[in-house]
Design a protein around this ligand. Structure first.
Ligand code: ATP
Ligand code: SF4
Ligand code: MG
Length: 322
């Protein structure tokens, strides 16, 4: 397996300011020393409760956010050090698909112009090349040319997400961060979009970081799965190992949790027993110790290492100390 991304010691602290003077009063520790590899041509699923840092990690990997410290190596080069022009090349190769296709497409633009925009941004002016590419991509997402002269509001959520996906892949990226790409869609449409992403992945040799609350979606699409808790990777393993032989008490709790559908947003949210600790003042020692049924004295004092218990299966828990 060839490594496409190597993420080293990544930290992201969002400053918290007081309203009036803008003085920094504290930090939200959204990512804590995250170390992670993403292999070429895999779909790595990223799961965890709301606020665990999934989107922050996805955005830092694409350098849409600048992390506080750490490295993001793409093909061995740290993209965090890249200057404007080099970064433009990287952006061509690494794209983001958002959760909400209603917000990610400009309502004033026709679909043709939405799909043409990435070419303009990257200085590609050859009209024939652009038109050929647009026609090819429209076919690939299962739509026809007649959609090109229409506006986003004329389409359903699923169709809009297809168009958003088309825009993300039109410049032949190698890597996609898909941040909850189906959570805002009706359940009946979700499977179609997930299958489309799987087909595109095969067809275009894509590597993907797929973020979701929904374990059934993650299980269906991923090759490996990383479980996040309070800004840390708690467990990572190949899919089957994670579902059949998980070791972290938090993974166990996630798998036992019944997802609750939020009526307002129509999205599933995971609710676990016990309160999520403050991200501004996270627990010392193991971050999960305030909710863990197996907590031991040492868990409250020092953080566990990330133990590799079998090749590719790592767990941040003293129960796996060898
Ligand atoms: P969700 O499942 O709800 O999308 P998430 O796992 O993607 O959650 P993040 O959005 O990465 O979590 O947020 C991690 C933490 O950082 C949260 O406590 C969140 O409130 C905080 N956070 C995220 N973005 C910002 C920001 N721009 N400024 C300040 N705090 C932020
Ligand atoms: Fe629970 Fe301790 Fe393992 Fe943390 S290290 S998950 S508190 S047993
Ligand atoms: Mg998020």
């Amino acid at each position: 397996m060839k490594t496409l991304f190597e993420i080293k010691q990544l930290n992201m602290n969002y400053p918290v300011t007081d309203g009036l003077l803008g003085n920094i009063t504290g930090y939200i520790y959204a990512l804590n020393n995250v170390n992670l590899e993403i292999y070429e041509n895999e779909i790595l699923g990223l799961v965890g409760e709301s606020g665990s840092g999934k989107s922050t990690l996805g955005n830092c990997i694409l350098k849409l956010l600048t992390p506080t410290s750490g490295e993001v190596l793409f093909k061995d080069v740290n993209i965090l050090n890249k200057k404007k022009n080099d970064l433009k090349n990287f952006r061509k190769k690494a794209q983001l698909i958002f959760q909400n296709p209603y917000m990610s497409l400009d309502p004033r633009m026709k679909i043709y112009d939405i799909l043409k925009e990435p070419f303009i941004v990257h200085g590609i002016k050859n009209k024939n090349e652009i038109n050929e590419k647009i026609q090819k991509i429209i076919k690939l997402i299962g739509m026809t040319d007649e959609v090109l002269s229409r506006f986003p509001h004329e389409f359903s959520g699923g169709q809009r997400q297809r168009i958003a996906i088309a825009r993300a892949i039109i410049l032949n990226p190698e890597f996609i961060v898909a941040d909850e790409p189906v959570s805002a869609l009706d359940v009946s449409i979700q499977a179609q979009i997930v299958n489309l992403l799987l087909e595109l992945k095969k067809h275009l040799n894509l590597t993907m970081l797929f973020i979701s609350h929904d374990l059934s979606v993650i299980k269906y699409i991923s090759d490996r799965i990383a479980v996040m808790y309070l800004g840390e990777i708690a467990e990572i393993a190949p899919k089957d190992t994670l579902f059949l032989n998980h070791k972290h008490p938090y993974t166990q709790a996630l798998l036992n949790a019944v997802p609750v559908i939020s009526e307002k947003k129509k999205t599933k949210k995971i609710f676990l027993p016990g309160e999520m600790p403050s991200v501004q003042n996270p627990p010392k020692g193991c971050k999960f110790h305030t909710r863990c049924p197996y907590v031991m004295d040492k868990c409250r004092i020092k953080p566990p290492d990330f133990y590799e218990i079998t090749p590719g299966h790592k767990v941040r828990c003293f129960l796996c100390e060898q």
